[in-house]
Design a protein around this ligand. Structure first.
Ligand code: DX5
Ligand code: ZN
Length: 224
């Protein structure tokens, strides 16, 4: 089932518990948590203590997107803090196969993220066991950026590869998702659509999620 996954990066951090509650009522089951270390990307966001505190307040599955220089150091910390899914960037994982298996060995789902300029070829040797592929549709580091349409070609290719190889990975897209492009993204074969500013910068976050979920459901029913 196609899911909208709100990203808390665009939420009001001064009242994060309430912000998460705003979207929990919509029936979503995943929350995207953007971790930035100021090295891999020119921004710095949050650490394990924050995940630990929101873990106590939410039953949602935390999808931690590690935009960090050292995923082998950071992944265990976020798993211990309560992450249910952890994605690491192929661009910085020195031993990607080992890093992903280490996340799975902790009972979490492991994802590999690729930036707009990174080809699918870079991750083809982990597609047979990775739980999800995070296709960046913006250059990572900030919310509110413009969607890079070329990312849909990667989604379509990943959808074909998993059908041909009978792989089980989910496809997640991240960056610039809005009401305007949800249908096209779903028709390209995407399962999880991360949305930050389209949700938390809207008047009514729950309504925004529900509207995008509705568009996604309609697009799925007419998927050719
Ligand atoms: C960007 C993050 C995205 C971002 C999405 O580096 O990985 O998750 O928060 O925000 P929007 O939906 O506003 O582009
Ligand atoms: Zn993200």
């Amino acid at each position: 089932m196609v899911q909208i996954v709100p990203s808390i990066l665009s939420a009001d951090f001064s009242r994060l518990g309430e912000e998460i509650a705003r979207v929990e009522s919509t029936g979503i089951n995943m929350l995207h948590v953007d971790v930035m270390d100021g090295h891999f990307v020119p921004n710095l966001t949050l650490g394990p203590p924050l995940v630990e505190s929101i873990r106590k307040r939410s039953k949602l599955k935390f999808d931690c997107h590690l935009m960090v220089e050292n995923p082998d150091l950071m992944a265990p910390l976020f798993l211990a803090a309560g992450a249910n899914l952890v994605s690491v960037h192929a661009e910085v994982a020195r031993n990607l196969d080992r890093t992903l298996h280490a996340i799975q060995d902790e009972g979490a789902r492991a994802g590999v993220a690729i930036n707009p300029a990174t080809p699918i070829e870079m991750i083809e040797n982990v597609l047979d066991f990775v739980d999800y592929v995070l296709v960046m549709s913006v250059n990572p580091g900030f919310g509110g950026q413009r969607f890079i349409a070329r990312s849909l070609d990667k989604v379509r290719r990943l959808d074909r590869i998993r059908q041909q190889g009978n792989y089980g990975y989910r496809i997640e897209i991240d960056g610039g998702v809005s009401h305007a492009n949800v249908a096209e993204i779903v028709r390209a074969g995407c399962d999880w659509l991360v949305a930050g500013s389209a949700v938390f910068h809207s008047e009514d976050a729950a309504a925004a999620v529900n509207e995008m979920q509705q568009i996604a459901a309609e697009a799925t029913s007419i998927k050719v």
